[in-house]
Design a protein around this ligand. Structure first.
Ligand SMILES: [Fe+2]
Length: 346
C-alpha cells in the first residue's frame, strides 16, 4: 500500500505541527523504498544523519518535525499512519509511545549488540540512541571544589536557600526521581525530594539553562541540569557567561553513578517501510553515525567505545548509573505522584 504524506495533512487536521516536510510527497515511490520519520527532535540534530544515510543507500528519508502532538497524530492515524519511525528524547516520551500502543517490537542483532540492554525496551519497542547525564551545576564562585559530590548533598540543610531547579513534574526531574525510587526505594527518594524542596532558593521555574542563569545572577549556587546544555550555552554568545559561571559536577561517583537519560527511536505500529526503516536504525548505531549524532547535541554516544567529542572529553570521564531505563519508566507514575504529594512546585 502506498500512503503519501499529502493525505496525512487531511488526516491530521487540528494538530499543530511546526515545520517540516523535507522532500515529502515529491515524486512517486512505492512503499518500501523510503523511510518516513516523525520527530520531536529538532531538524538540525537528525537531518545530517538522514542525509548521510541517503547518500550511502539512495533511500530517501522524509521527516515531519514537531515539538508537540506527534504521539496524538500517530494515534489518530492508527494503522494508516505513513510514519515508520518516531524519534524523541527522554525515557518518559519513549514510554508514552509504548503505553499508547503506537509502536511495534523490533528484534535485530545489530541494534541489540550496539545498544546496552538497560538502554532499550526489553521487547524492542524503543531503542536509545544517545545519552545525557543529569548533573549538578555548581557556582564557581560560591561552591568550593569537592563541597558537593552527590545528589544527596542538594538535600543537605547546609545548602538551604541555595538550590534552584525547574518544576518537579518536568520529564527530566521525574526520570531522576524515578531512578532514585528504583535504586534506593520510595522512602529515601521522598526524603531527598523534601530536602531539596527545603533548600530551594525560589519556586521551581524555567528550563535547565534558566537555573544556570540564576546561578550566574547570584540567586542560587547549585542546580540540576542535563549535560548537553553546557555545550549549548557555550555556543550561545548571550549564554556563554552563564556556562562559565559554573562547573559540572557528576554526582554519586563513589555510589551508584550519575543518572543518565536518553534520546531514542521506535518503530511505529503501521511502519509501511519496515525493512528500510530497519536499515536506517542499523545505520544509526554505526560508529560514524553514533559519533555524529552525539556530537551535534553534545550528547554521549550510547554505543561503547565510540569516541566522545572534545568538549565532552574536557568534562572528564565518569561513572554512569546502571539502573535499567525500563525500571525508571515503571517508577515514573509514582515519582510524579510524589512530586505532587510533597508540593514541590508550590
Ligand atoms: Fe532538553
Amino acid at each position: 500500500m502506498c500512503v503519501r504524506f499529502p493525505r496525512l495533512g487531511r488526516l491530521a487536521l487540528g494538530l499543530a505541527l511546526l515545520v517540516g516536510t523535507l522532500g515529502l510527497g515529491v515524486g512517486p515511490s512505492r512503499a518500501g523504498e523510503e523511510v518516513n520519520v516523525y520527530s520531536t527532535r529538532q531538524a538540525f540534530l537528525i537531518q545530517p544523519l538522514f542525509d548521510a544515510f541517503t547518500e550511502r543507500t539512495g533511500i530517501p528519508v522524509n521527516v515531519v518535525f514537531a515539538k508537540e502532538g506527534l504521539i496524538e497524530r500517530l494515534r489518530a492515524e492508527g494503522d494508516n499512519s505513513p510514519a515508520d519511525l518516531v524519534f524523541t528524547a527522554d525515557i518518559g516520551h519513549l514510554t508514552d509511545l509504548v503505553d499508547l500502543d503506537v509502536v511495534q517490537p523490533v528484534s535485530n542483532e545489530t541494534l541489540e549488540s550496539a545498544i546496552p540492554a538497560s538502554f532499550r525496551h526489553p521487547d524492542g519497542k524503543w531503542f536509545g540512541l544517545t545519552l545525557r547525564g543529569r548533573v549538578i551545576y555548581a557556582s564557581n564562585e560560591r561552591v568550593p571544589p569537592g563541597a558537593v559530590t552527590t545528589y544527596d548533598d542538594l538535600a543537605d540543610p547546609r545548602w538551604k536557600g541555595r538550590v534552584c531547579t525547574r518544576r518537579g513534574d518536568h520529564a527530566y526531574q521525574v526520570a531522576l526521581l524515578a531512578a532514585m525510587i528504583a535504586e534506593k526505594g520510595e522512602a529515601a527518594a521522598r526524603a531527598w525530594l523534601e530536602g531539596v524542596k527545603a533548600n530551594l532558593a525560589r519556586k521551581p521555574q524555567g528550563n535547565d539553562r534558566a537555573q544556570v542563569k540564576a546561578i550566574k545572577e547570584g540567586q542560587c549556587d547549585l542546580a540540576l541540569g542535563n549535560t548537553y546544555y553546557m555545550g549549548k550555552m557555550l555556543e550561545d554568545p548571550e549564554q556563554r557567561a552563564w556556562a562559565e559561571a559554573v562547573t559540572i559536577v557528576f554526582p554519586d561517583q563513589d555510589g551508584a553513578g550519575t543518572h543518565m537519560n536518553l534520546s531514542g527511536v521506535a518503530m511505529t505500529r503501521s511502519a509501511p517501510n519496515r525493512a528500510m526503516a530497519i536499515r536506517l536504525l542499523e545505520f544509526l548505531v554505526s560508529d560514524e553515525a553514533q559519533q555524529m549524532y552525539a556530537e551535534i547535541n553534545h550528547e554521549y554516544p550510547i554505543k561503547a567505545r565510540v569516541p566522545w567529542s572534545d568538549l565532552l572529553r574536557s568534562w572528564g570521564t565518569f561513572r554512569m548509573d546502571t539502573v535499567d531505563m525500563d525500571a525508571v519508566a515503571r517508577h515514573r507514575a509514582r515519582a510524579l505522584m510524589m512530586v505532587n504529594e510533597v508540593g514541590y512546585n508550590n
